[in-house]
Design a protein around this ligand. Sequence first.
Ligand code: SF4
Ligand code: SF4
Length: 301
Amino acid sequence: MSTGTVFDIQRFCVDDGPGIRTTVFLKGCPLHCVWCHNAEGLSGKVQLYYSAEHCIGCQICQAVCPVQAHRFTDSGHTVDFSRCITCGACVDACPNESLRLAGKLMTAEEVLSEVVKDQPFFESSGGGMTLSGGEPLMQGEFAISLAKLAKERGLHVCIETSGFCNHETMKSIAQYVDLFLFDYKHSSPEAHKRYTGVENKIILENLEFLETLEKPVILRCPIIPDCNDTKEHYGAIAALANRMKNIIEIHIEPYHPFGVSKYTALGLTAMYNSQEMMPKDASEQAAETVRALSGKNVIIS
Ligand code: SF4
Ligand code: SF4
């Protein structure tokens, strides 16, 4: 039985592929994009998540914690995440849902039994299951099992991926995936390494492999001020889309700051912590430039 670590199963998603979808978020990512807005997906391990805004200061967590990770001083409640062994005692004891564990070990069957609850909505809307993360292919065997089980139940399957995985994993999962939502983060190899922590060679090879299979791809392009909001990058997006016939659409994803607070809740520090939304006219300009150069359908998402 294939098992993996899941940090969320979101129902009624409408931005993760066609129709109404249930999106399964797998933990762990081999990239560390400085702008990542899904901090829970970075580590493959289960983590303590503390929402300070819900804390009422009752100190019950301190009383039950076996490793003294919770402390109370005149300046308030602090959590020493480095001590936490994720036993869950404080999570169970907290009266105000200020604490939770991000990540849960599940079997592929358990995940699918959740997903198929919305099968009637999938059928009426043309939706299905989407695998996301983190990078879902970091838990390659588990992701393949999920996709295979979903296909056996007649579901449409999408995967949101950075494309950073070994060739065998991509080959195996491709047979069960109807549509790839494939990230394209930077066109310069050096800048790609600087901003994501990895080079883009494997990613581009996997993208080209999907073209040989004629697998439909939506290219998802995060646009981050001062990282990749350049005419050169927009030109490279368009050139790639022109070259690959299987790229059916391009999504421009402007930076938003909604994920920054998650870093604090996990005891982490955001590397790119701007609180500013990317200006609407800059997003529209990016989309218009890519549209004009590629002739493909380009939307802002
Ligand atoms: S999960 Fe367990 S170890 Fe971690 S802070 Fe809570 S009680 Fe302490
Ligand atoms: S148990 Fe919950 S509400 Fe009480 S102090 Fe701890 S985190 Fe805050």
